[in-house]
Design a protein around this ligand. Sequence first.
Ligand code: TRP
Length: 370
Amino acid sequence: MPSDDFIVTPWHVEGEIDYDKLIKQFGTEKITGEILKKIEKTAGEIHFMLRRGIFFSHRDLGKILDEYQSGKKFFLYTGRGPSGHTHIGHLVPWVFAKWLQEKFQTTMYFQLTDDEKFYAKENLTLEQTKSFAYENALDFIALGFKPENTKIIINTNNIRTLYPIAAQVAKKINFSNTKAVFGFKNETNIGMIFYTSLQSAPCFIEDRQVLIPLGVDQDPHFRITRDVAPKIGRPKPALIHNIMIPSLTGPGGKMSASEESGTIYTTDSPQVVKKKINKYAFSGGQPTVEEHRRIGGNPDIDVSYQYLRIFFEPDDKKLKSIYDDYKSGKMLTGELKAILIDKVNSFLEEHQQKREKAKDQIERFLLSEK
Ligand code: TRP
């Protein structure tokens, strides 16, 4: 590992991430109070994920907010690499994207990169990644997006739309450039080497500025896209980054769809959710009840608390009282886990119904080829 003790790339995240260091390493900007005020001024409110630093960094966000104020609209774009079933960590940027879409009245593109995951994962066939793409799309639709202003792109289906744009981009990226950004080797398959052009393509699908909410691990792709944009006469994509969502089993590393025990899938039953959280959720509690009452727990490293903070408890007052009670030792780990189990299960109950309905709606969301 490099001297910083953590690694963040689109295909590999490892170690405990220091987000201030990462901002410096990547050359992004921290979301400051000033930016939050600008958002509040235009949106009328601040989403709790902004308030709590779940979205913590950006590129050019201030600029597009200023432009928006003066009447210039932008559109939204995000995506998912379909390497497995959707887990609750994936929903974080999508829920936030939904909020942005409502507040800023924009169109939205969601890219499912079945090709990318086929290139990147030794053990997945293209049929499998494509089938995960459809599965993942259901979860996205279930969050309440509307087909009138939301289009889903599946790379191998929509290549006719993507390719002419990707070609413009690809011509401006040279090998030493991607190699430096991603650490490609001579053995790397050439699909991977071309891939950034395809992830860049939706940035230029409409003739105006784009804003991309995304996990910070995806930033390197768009760093390249931003360098290319002026060379092809297009605006640089603006970005807003979220932190990596910890896996159930503990801090360090993001929630990975391929690691069963540390992962809560959107299709898990209430019993499975309960079992996974009770058995695997990394705890900031003390080894015995006695000690816990005396010393108190540590919510800052407790994954159940973190899930409440990141996603499941939007109410700041409730969250604070959970924090205080756990820290003082008044609340035990089992009680904290019970709160999370309850929240996750009531969220999933509704989500799973909407996910079923999405099966009849999906065709209306898929971008059609002209
Ligand atoms: N490469 C992303 C992943 O592995 C998927 C993706 C495609 C994406 N386009 C995007 C993510 C735009 C964020 C924003 O998950």
